[in-house]
Design a protein around this ligand. Sequence first.
Ligand code: GDP
Length: 416
Amino acid sequence: PTPNGSAHGFSNIVRKKLMGYVGFANLPNQVHRKSVKKGFQFTAMVVGESGLGKSTLINTLFNTQLYPRKVPLPPSAERPKTVAIESITADIEENGVRLRLTVVDTPGFGDFVDNDESWKPILENIEARFDEYLEQENRVNRQKIVDNRVHACLYFIQPTGHSLKQLDIEFMRRLHTKVNLIPVIAKADTLTDEEIVSFKQRVLSDIAEHNIRIFQAPIYENEDEETVAETEEIASKIPFAVVGSDQEVDTPDGRTVRGRSYPWGVVEVDNEDHCDFVKLRQMLVRTYMEELREHTNLHLYENWRSEKLHAMGVAQDSSVFKEVNPAAKLAEERTLHEAKLAKMEAEMRMVFQQKVSEKEARLKQSEEELYARHKEMKEALEKQRGELEDKKRRIESGRPLTPEKGGSRKKGFLRP
Ligand code: GDP
């Protein structure tokens, strides 16, 4: 599956106007550097059964009509059989700070008769986004890396008041090492305050029992007291009991607030006495958006990457992650190639030398042979000359020649 989903690709970027202060204008303070012009990218995923108020909460969180209102399917309509992945991207701006927000929705999750593998397409989507990032990192030009990894996953728990369902546990167990999990109790206005307190305790004990890691804002050394207190307060609210509403309602005391109106009163979204919405927004946007991005990059993605490379047979240093550097790989290949060439050259030189010495030996041998033949011929000639000289001397002294074998005496030649 493409990480972008089918229905809403990244090309569908829409500009959205905010209806109030959200808090991401604080991002430059979170990162302590001037990234204002470049803007920020943040991808949030929402998972939970349909009708739990996911789209409403996203719209409430970012104070924008990011999600079009969903039209419920008529009962006769054919329902999809698998979890779909859809993403919507919007450019939103606050006090000159630009945020490219992508919300990944997972319609269908938990809506089927058999939900055993509902987590699977979601895990695949998260990993496909890691893959896409890894591929960009390995490119020669790494200047323009687009970070489409999921930085936070809001998991919506049905407000049953009992405990987590098997579906919830299975999802969190499968995904907690791949994404920053932020559990939320949906539609908290349907539970009483006491029910919320005991439900939260049961949810937390289920999470602990199954060794599920949920995102916790870190507390650093030398942090000032105020920050520590704020972080601890946010942590004490997990799982956040939230109420979403993109409607404004009038309170009995004459204020107009975002909330839900009931015969017995108004539930205010932005009132900390009514729900944990404010604390959730603080965690997700105002204070820890950068922390969520960093944790995704340094821990979740890095672990996934080293596991993947390990599976591919690239051994990694466990403490320091080495870069899979294409330049280093090329240099290594070149050294190997050069060594191979040098070896071939040495072998050729050896063969050449062997041939030369063989030739030299052969030449030497024929020289010796020539010399021997020359000597032989010289000796034969010498001998011949001796004989001729001997003959000459005898003729000159008048002595008859020694009769040659088979030789005939000249007629009329008398002995003295
Ligand atoms: P989704 O399918 O999870 O995206 O759910 P929606 O956001 O479309 O909401 C489904 C219905 O629940 C809508 O009628 C919303 O008005 C309602 N709803 C959303 N949030 C809340 C909430 O916090 N409390 C209550 N009581 N209803 C809510």
